[in-house]
Unconditional design. Structure first.
Length: 403
């Protein structure tokens, strides 16, 4: 049915991405189908032409579902005006090339480093952006600051995933558990059965000793308090806090009932800030801790009928950006992930035509999977992602919205 409608609209069928999701392991090497271009010395026309030649030669050889990664220096940290301008030009190239190669499932991203950085200190981000783990991230420019530890994994980490029984949440739980993390699914009590079915699903092989469910309506202060106290008593800390629970209640501003507004603000925003602040105040998030909140590309671009939702999704980006400096001094990072159109229960309420456009108006011309977001969560949770702080990582297939 859907393909028939797509045909009528004159769209070509989507490119099938072959995505591989193997847990990241120390020592994983860059895949053969990745092209890494170091453009950090580009400061004039000659240097830029060299990058053009390198990319042109490289992309001709890249197969479908390839990865192109370009390094630049953060232009705002360069005093020389020409040098800064030419470094910025690399961002334009990466964003455009992402649109050109997306139809073949190939992604293009830019990592912006501090001046004089040693690439050896950024192996974890490099491996992420040159592997299938970042298959739904393209056309993005990510700032890397400081040096990132190369070692460490998630096996000794205590992770809390709010909304962990939902689409993106349960994929994230599985992904973190696959690396041996202890994971607490924090969701409304009514989702306990759903969470348990995840544990009983033989294909996931989640261990009940490592993954548990704690019921809490996060909009209720008392429930948040009980949740944090229970985690403190059982685990003593939260190494990774993933603020992922969220809802939509769509209506145009003019017609929006007040309770639609209040419900969305309560769960998507007030609860996120309150839970994070309470966990920090209780000293539950240690040095090396990670806070990751699920935003949305709608929070960047705006969306018809979603003033309530986009207010919250923009705010969690603002909260992460503003809190990052304070937390950096404590060795904790805080970031947001902005998913594009991801196939979960939440989006099934959207009209079919909207869903078709959401898929097609992206460089990769398709929807993402909850696993795409889970991979990005696991990446930002990793000790080697310490160099990413206060940012928003779009996992949207290169959506044209807000790009
Ligand atoms: N699916 C998408 O395309 C998409 C796109 C952008 C952003 N997001 C965001 O990703 C997150 C997860 O979305 P999803 O698609 O997996 O949705 P989902 O509906 O499958 O999951 C949301 C989860 O949040 C839980 N939740 C709702 N209210 C809660 C409360 N008061 N206390 C505790 N838990 C509560 C629900 O029970 C559910 O398990 C949301 O924040 C959403 O806004 C999703």
């Amino acid at each position: 049915m859907k393909e028939k409608i797509l045909g009528l609209l004159g769209f070509p069928p989507p490119t099938a991405l072959v995505k591989t999701y193997s847990p990241w392991k120390e020592g994983t090497t860059i895949t053969e189908n990745a092209l890494v271009v170091d453009g950090r010395s580009v400061k004039d026309e000659v240097g830029l032409k060299a990058v053009f030649n390198q990319l042109q030669g490289g992309v001709k050889n890249i197969k479908v579902n390839g990865k192109v990664l370009v390094y630049s220096i953060q232009p705002e940290l360069i005093e020389d005006t020409h040098y800064s301008a030419y470094q910025r030009s690399l961002e334009g190239i990466a964003r455009s090339l992402a649109k050109e190669l997306g139809g073949r499932g190939t992604t293009v991203n830019l990592l912006k480093l501090p001046p004089n950085a040693d690439l050896k200190n950024y192996t974890v981000p490099e491996q992420f952006f040159t592997s299938g783990r970042s298959a739904f991230i393209t056309g993005q420019a990510v700032v890397l600051d400081g040096e990132a530890p190369k070692v460490g994994d998630l096996s000794d980490k205590v992770c809390v995933v709010t909304g962990g029984a939902g689409g993106i949440g349960s994929a994230t739980v599985k992904r973190l558990a696959a690396e041996g993390a202890t994971v607490i699914i924090a969701d409304i009590p009514q989702m306990e059965e759903r969470a348990k079915s995840l544990l009983n699903d033989t294909s996931t092989s989640l261990s009940a000793s490592k993954v548990s469910f704690m019921g809490a309506d996060l909009t209720k202060p008392e429930a948040r308090k009980q949740l944090l106290e229970a985690i403190k008593a059982k685990h003593g800390r939260i190494d990774v806090l993933i603020n992922n629970a969220g809802i939509t209640r769509d209506k145009t501003l003019k017609n929006m009932p007040e309770h639609y507004w209040d419900q969305v603000i309560d769960i998507n925003l007030s609860a996120v800030i309150a839970l994070t602040e309470d966990a920090l105040e209780l000293g539950l998030i240690p040095h090396g801790g990670r806070i990751i909140s699920t935003s949305s590309i709608s929070g960047i671009a705006g969306n018809f009928g979603q003033t309530n939702y986009t207010a919250t999704k923009a705010a969690v980006i603002g909260y992460s950006a503003s809190k990052a400096k304070e937390l950096k001094a404590k060795g904790i990072t805080i970031n947001a992930i902005a998913p594009g159109y991801i196939e979960t229960e939440m989006v099934k309420t959207m009209p079919l035509i909207t869903r078709i456009f959401a898929e097609r108006l992206t460089s990769l011309a398709q929807a993402g999977k909850p696993e795409d977001i889970a991979e990005a969560m696991a990446f930002l949770a990793h000790p080697g992602a310490e160099c990413i702080n206060g940012q928003v990582l779009r996992v949207c297939g290169g959506s044209f919205l807000g790009a």
